[in-house]
Write a protein that binds this ligand. Structure first.
Ligand code: BES
Ligand code: MN
Ligand code: MN
Length: 479
């Protein structure tokens, strides 16, 4: 394995672009080459819309982003391009079903983004997309506007050059993925006939390393919750009452540390019972992936050392083991100087990532019970669920997955690797359970894209090559 494709390396061989035409039997690749500048400008317009789904003051921007996607789809030549209005943020739908007898693909992406804070750590403003070198920097560039736009432009190119598509497509683009994606699930489960497809195609994951075409065949699920701990009904003088009064901050610490030991083992009775270990074949494939643990630790994460279950290999910890994490704790006195007080309440945001075959409802109930048992006397602890999603596994032998891997191998000129990811895309479990279809996850993000963090970026060669890879994939499926 040559070292320049190793994950964590920044130097990349850009001479690989444009791709070697001899290996890709796709006609009209010219359209994709000639329109790169237009694609980039369209992406920049998309990225300028601050469609942050977690902040309600951005509702008008959410709508603008949805309308942008709908307009793009209808200009590309799709029919029935519309916003589907419901309780949540609008869904965008469009289809082209003029290829009877050919497969139907459900093309999924999300137009909502995470908040950009902390703002002062951005080198250029998050909603003023800026090209530096081969990367475009903006919130949502990689997750997921850039990757959603890949699907739109791939289909547009085929329609513009041939007047038809090699397969049938149904676009379903949501605006709530980053907040748990609950409304899309209600829609998908209520409209199986309209959404009937053979496979979903999703570009919302990462390549394992630069230049290495990657398909993701597993995602973790999630249970996200708030833990509220209450002691006395008002703050108390810590000298006058200390020694007698319950302390909710201390209780919070006791509860949280009771849930996971120092070796990363979750201490929730029954929690691991349904966890399915990866097969020997998968383990061996993961061990062969080009991976530099020191670079991952110190450069990509910027951490001092790795933690977690010591007896389990790193990639298995990330992809096939559940987690329990604390995201934030609020309560008590944190201002300047000293204030001697016993706070009345404390709150923590926590989540657990789930792996196949764990069930969100059951895991949440187990978590609740473990919290009840760990709660010290004198306080109450209440767990409020915010959202949850099931884990998902895709069979790598599925013909739609294999065809995608072959198309990526051709366009990138390298053997496609199969990985899983520790992240979650809530609707993937529902595509499997509600529609009975596999999700083909072709990822074009890179490990150092800074998803959800300051200076999120998308590698432009991946943007252009992603468009060509998806177009090539659709063509091969139509043969
Ligand atoms: N695209 C990500 C998930 C992802 C990232 C999968 C990298 C694979 C590789 C998605 O937008 C995301 O951030 N999901 C959230 C879901 C949550 C808010 C329910 C996540 O994983 O935290
Ligand atoms: Mn995403
Ligand atoms: Mn995300």
């Amino acid at each position: 394995m040559s070292c320049w494709i190793r994950r964590g390396r920044v130097e990349r061989d850009e001479r690989q672009l444009p791709v070697d035409r001899d290996t890709v039997e796709t006609t009209d690749m010219n359209y994709y080459e000639q329109n790169r500048q237009t694609f980039l400008e369209g992406l920049q317009t998309f990225l300028r819309i601050p469609s942050i789904s977690t902040l309600s003051e951005h509702k008008p921007d959410i709508r603008r982003a949805a309308e942008f996607v709908r307009n793009e789809l209808s200009a590309a030549g799709l029919v029935h391009a519309e916003l589907i209005e419901g309780e949540g943020n609008p869904l965008v739908y469009a289809e082209w079903t003029g290829a009877p007898g050919k497969p139907t693909l459900l093309l999924y992406g999300h137009y909502d983004v995470q908040p950009p804070d902390p703002l002062d750590e951005w080198k250029s403003p998050p909603f003023e997309p800026t090209v530096r070198g081969n990367d475009i920097f903006a919130r949502g560039s990689s997750d997921d506007k850039g990757q959603t736009y890949i699907l739109v432009k791939a289909v547009e190119g085929l329609l513009k050059t041939k007047g038809r598509l090699p397969v049938n497509v149904k676009f379903l683009i949501e605006g709530e993925e980053e907040t748990g994606g609950e409304h899309i699930e209600a829609y998908v489960s209520s409209r199986p006939a309209r959404l009937k497809s053979d496979a979903a195609v999703i570009c919302d994951t990462e390549m394992f390393a630069p230049e290495l075409p990657t398909i993701c065949v597993g995602l973790r699920g999630i249970v996200y919750a708030e833990l509220h701990v209450e002691g006395a009904n008002h703050d108390l003088h810590s000298g006058i009452y200390g020694g007698a009064a319950p302390n909710p901050m201390q209780a919070m610490a006791e509860i949280l540390t009771a849930l996971k030991d120092r070796n990363g083992h979750i201490q929730i009775p029954g929690f691991y019972d349904r966890v399915v270990p990866p097969s020997a074949k998968e383990r061996e494939a993961w061990a062969r992936l080009p991976f530099d643990e020191a670079e991952y630790t110190h450069k990509e994460m910027g951490a001092k050392e790795l933690v977690g279950e010591p007896e389990i290999p790193l990639l298995e910890r990330l992809w096939a083991r559940p987690t329990l994490e604390v995201h934030g704790i609020r309560g008590g006195f944190t201002g300047e100087g000293a204030k001697t007080v016993i706070p009345a309440r404390a709150m923590a945001k926590i989540s657990t990532r789930l792996v196949a075959d764990q069930r969100p409802d059951e895991s949440a109930a187990q978590l609740k019970e473990a919290i009840r048992r760990a709660t010290p006397k004198g306080v109450t602890a209440e767990l409020k669920l915010i959202h949850s999603a099931a884990p998902s596994l895709v069979n790598p032998d599925n013909p739609f997955v294999r065809a995608a891997a072959d198309a990526m191998t051709e366009v990138f000129g390298k053997q496609t690797v199969y990985i899983r990811s520790g992240g979650s895309i809530p609707i993937v479990g529902c595509f499997d359970q509600c529609l009975g279809i596999p999700s083909v996850m072709l990822g074009f993000g890179l490990p150092d894209d800074n998803l959800h963090a300051p200076n999120e970026k998308f590698h432009l060669p991946n943007f252009y090559r992603g468009i060509e890879a998806v177009a090539h994939y659709l063509e091969t499926l139509g043969r």
